[in-house]
Design a binder for this molecule. Structure first.
Ligand code: HEM
Length: 183
């Protein structure tokens, strides 16, 4: 996993909880990097899972809730860090349909060693988008938080229903996103 995913996570923990909680989390998780991440570096996704597990233990929150909150935070940061991806995009559905063939494709050009999930996205009608997340890593809750952040960014509200279609070694989750208000 790229360092940016880690450094933004630690920043969220510092802001949402405190710098002390962030330090205690890093120390308790005993991660090989010692919590020092560079944006271009690559670290095992197991480190992220270890940090999140410690944060859940320290704060009493659930792992999925914390990962989702992180996804929302990360989306806001992406809008600041990569404004080019947002130019000409008029709605959350529009953006979500560009992740696989445009956003993550460009991310892979920037970071050839990025570990990206696969998204199959189909718009059923004006209000209903189906996204199927597939990855060898268990980050569907991160996808859910990013989807929530995306909807918030365009001021849209939607019901997001998840269906777990995972198999051994593959996390596969179907998101049915049904928009309540038009953009
Ligand atoms: C400007 C928008 C976005 C950018 C720049 C971006 C970039 C990235 C980067 C750099 C990674 C890390 C790759 C690695 O760790 O090696 C990543 C992973 C990921 N991205 Fe995106 N992304 C964007 C939007 C989204 C959105 C909206 C979603 C959800 C619908 C999404 C879903 C994910 C997930 C779930 C992962 C974790 C890897 C995995 O699950 O296997 N991304 N993305």
């Amino acid at each position: 996993m790229k360092g940016i995913v880690f450094s933004e996570f630690i920043e969220m923990v510092e802001q949402r909880f405190s710098p002390e909680v962030a330090d205690r989390m890093i120390e308790a998780a005993k991660v090989p990097s010692g919590g020092a991440y560079t944006a271009v570096g690559t670290y095992s996704h197991e480190e992220m899972l270890a940090l999140i597990a410690e944060l859940a233990r320290l704060t009493g929150g659930s792992v999925d809730e914390l990962v989702q909150a992180y996804g929302r935070h990360l989306f806001t940061r992406f809008t600041q860090l990569y404004p080019g991806f947002f130019e000409g995009v008029t709605s959350a559905f529009d953006f979500l349909q560009r992740i696989e063939d445009h956003v993550h494709l460009e991310v892979r050009k920037l970071y050839p060693d990025a570990e990206l999930p696969r998204f199959d996205t189909v718009q059923r009608d004006a209000h209903h988008l189906v996204m199927v997340y597939e990855s060898r890593r268990p980050f569907a809750a991160l996808a859910q938080g990013l989807i929530d952040g995306c909807l918030e960014h365009w001021g849209e509200t939607a019901d997001v229903r998840t269906t777990d279609l995972s198999e051994p070694g593959i996390t596969r989750v179907r998101f049915d996103i049904v928009r309540r208000s038009a953009a």
